[in-house]
Design a protein around this ligand. Structure first.
Ligand code: NAG
Ligand code: NAG
Length: 348
């Protein structure tokens, strides 16, 4: 799948390959959609791709459509989630014989059949979580010719790079996974990173993705970032999960609460207290990114976050805001916790 794994582990090394991101993802998408059912004509199920992809945010309820053309005399319907990291493992969500439904796994309790009409096999999913992103399969089992259609659920969100407070390239795969969870996110998938790249993410440090590969997205090739290779998602391929260290690409989506700024010249513990006084907590990095992306939070003041970093979110770039011209969440890194220079970003 990867053209080259390279053997370099620092950014000055230029032997790794540009993965032609668009090629890879289309090849991937094609592979997924050419699954089963597509090879023969579907007799009973209505084919995608009218709704081959459904998009929603964390916390929302959605419907994954699956409709019969005609009803077989006897049938069962089985909904599964396809896990690209564990091919061959079937993650059953729900099985119904038309009368009784059985729910399975982590998704089962949040799933039910819509049954809007006699031919409706669509699946309702409640309270979407970041991990729900992925591919789902509706399978009609009628004893002779089983049929299935695949639907992709895409959680709308934002990818953010994350670095340890100990510096660049300090995270194993498991550390990276934990770090994202602590910042209210998950490790990003390749598709999430790819989409973020098309939306403008350019980042010169390599980070873990959830499939155990390491990549970084470059829009503006420059000598320090792999030289004059083409723009694209640069790949180190799969890396050793416990012995190698990189940064992380995390993914998050909408939040239930709100991020707000408390002004002041506070050290870190004063910032903690300032938020507590507001019956809030210091915000996590993912929560700040989420507010920036979905609520257009714009503030020209550095503030402490829960991990000890200091950041500020800019949606409308302006001259007197550090002279920074790009919209984004900007970082002062992890300053000494005694410094009294910043306010606090709180989350409630
Ligand atoms: C999702 O569905 C549940 C149960 O029907 C409902 O209580 C909740 O308000 C819905 N949430 C959203 C965001 O629509
Ligand atoms: C922050 O300031 C408080 C006094 O307001 C002080 O007690 C505390 O030690 C300071 N924290 C750090 C990390 O310097």
């Amino acid at each position: 799948m990867y053209f080259s794994q390279g053997s370099c582990s620092n950014m000055n090394c230029a032997t790794f390959m540009v993965v032609t991101a668009s090629l890879l993802s289309w090849a991937d998408a094609f592979h997924h959609h050419s699954n089963k059912g597509k090879e023969k004509d579907l007799q009973y199920l209505v084919e995608p791709p009218v709704y081959a992809e459904v998009t929603a945010r964390r916390g929302q309820n959605i419907t994954l459509p699956c409709v019969m053309r005609t009803k077989p005399p006897h049938y069962r319907v089985k909904w599964t989630k396809v896990d690209p990291l564990r091919r061959g493992v079937e993650n059953i969500i729900l099985i119904s014989n038309g009368h009784a439904d059985k729910h399975y796994g982590v998704l089962g309790p949040r799933a039910s059949l819509r049954r809007a009409h006699a031919l409706d096999l669509s699946l309702l999913l409640f309270g979407l979580q970041l991990e729900d992103d992925g591919q789902y399969r509706c399978e009609l089992i009628n004893g002779i010719d089983d049929e299935s259609v695949d639907i992709t659920l895409r959680i709308e969100g934002i990818v953010f790079p994350y670095q340890s407070s100990r510096g660049r390239y300090k995270l194993t795969y498991v550390d990276a996974k934990d770090a994202c969870a602590k910042q209210d996110g998950t490790l990003a998938t390749y598709m999430q990173l790819y989409r973020a790249w098309t939306e403008g993410l350019d980042w010169c440090n390599a980070g873990w993705l959830n499939d155990g590969t390491v990549h970084y997205p470059i829009l503006h090739p420059r000598p320090a970032c792999g030289g004059d290779l083409l723009p694209g998602i640069r790949s180190y391929g799969p890396r050793h999960k416990t012995q190698e260290h990189y940064d992380a690409f995390c993914f998050t989506s909408t939040t239930e609460g709100l991020v707000f700024y408390v002004p002041g010249l506070l050290n870190f513990s004063e910032a903690l207290n300032a938020c507590r006084k507001e019956r809030a907590n210091l915000a996590r990095v993912g929560q700040l990114y989420s507010s920036w992306k979905f609520l257009r939070l714009d503030r020209c003041d550095g503030g402490w976050l829960q991990d000890g970093s200091v950041r500020f979110p800019i949606t409308t770039p302006r001259e007197r805001c550090g002279g920074i011209s790009e919209p984004g969440v900007h970082s002062f890194g992890f300053p000494s916790q005694g410094l009294r220079l910043y306010g606090a970003y709180c989350y409630r």
